[in-house]
Design a protein around this ligand. Structure first.
Ligand SMILES: [Zn+2]
Length: 274
């Protein structure tokens, strides 16, 4: 069991290092959560109660007794590899899903990420809509996607179609599109709820003037979604900086991709003209 938890730690170390290397995680930006599989979560040697119960802003009944590996507030993702136990922790929710306590980590004395509400709401929704398959949530400040929210008037249909049109891979990787959420206070319940609503249908949420949140069945899957969307946003910005964009994937080409890969892209995005 210890080996399995160590493997999970090595995965969060790699993910956080990659996020930093890509320029997505300045200072204490970015946060990661992973719902632990039962065979890892029940490791009684590693996980012991290390704090009192702390009330959450809201209850998450379908996350009752679940255990999460989650980054600490104020911690720098680039420092996780130096000391995982200082910068990340494992928390468990009580049997009502309304309180949490620390089981491992946060040895620097920190608390869970200030985006804990967004992470738990995201985890709760994705656990429900995927029958428990989705376990990972990543939020980060990917610069190309964030830049688009300043440069363009966006909504869910427009950002989704733009990304599909600017990189062949996008409709294959996220045929349901990207949800756009207008600016809201970071860490607020309002932002958590708008994000959760988007996650009913989609796995990638773009927060205006802020960054992105993505979910997946593991850290690689969530990271890959962000990486793909971020690359397409970068291609758009590079192309636009070279002059007016003359060519992009047509709706017919997107439809051909959907047929080739047996996808069911959101038709409202496919029919959007930008
Ligand atoms: Zn942020």
């Amino acid at each position: 069991m210890q080996d399995s938890f160590e493997k999970i730690i090595s995965e969060i170390v790699k993910t956080s290092r990659d996020m930093w290397s890509k320029g997505w995680a300045e200072a204490n930006a970015g946060n990661i959560s992973l719902r632990l599989r039962p065979e890892i979560a029940q490791d009684k040697t590693t996980f012991q109660p290390r704090s009192d119960w702390v009330a959450l802003d809201m209850k998450f009944p379908n996350l009752a007794k679940e255990r999460f590996l989650i980054t600490g507030t104020g911690m720098y993702l680039r420092n996780i590899e130096i000391s995982p136990a200082n910068n990340v922790g494992v928390i468990e929710l009580d049997d009502s899903g309304g309180q949490y306590r620390l089981l491992w980590g946060y040895e620097s004395g920190c608390d869970p990420t200030s985006e804990l509400s967004s992470h738990l709401e995201a985890q709760a929704v994705r656990k429900r809509v995927t029958d428990g398959t989705d376990r990972a949530v990543i939020h980060t400040h990917s610069p190309n996607l964030t830049a688009l929210t300043y440069a363009l008037d966006l909504d869910t249909l427009r950002i989704s179609k733009l990304l599909w049109e600017m990189h062949t891979e996008c409709i294959i990787i996220f045929p349901e599109g990207v949800e756009f959420v207008p600016w809201m206070l970071p860490g607020s319940l309002e932002l958590a709820e708008a994000t959760a609503k988007g996650l009913e249908k989609r796995r990638v949420i773009l927060w205006q003037f802020h960054g992105i949140l993505a979910t997946g069945n593991n850290l690689d899957a969530a990271f890959g979604l962000i990486d793909t969307a971020e690359k397409a946003a970068g291609i758009y910005l590079k192309a636009a900086s070279a002059g007016p964009i003359s060519n992009k994937l047509s709706t017919e080409q997107l439809q051909a991709l959907a047929r080739r890969f047996a996808l069911k892209p959101d038709p409202s995005i496919l029919n959007t003209r930008i």
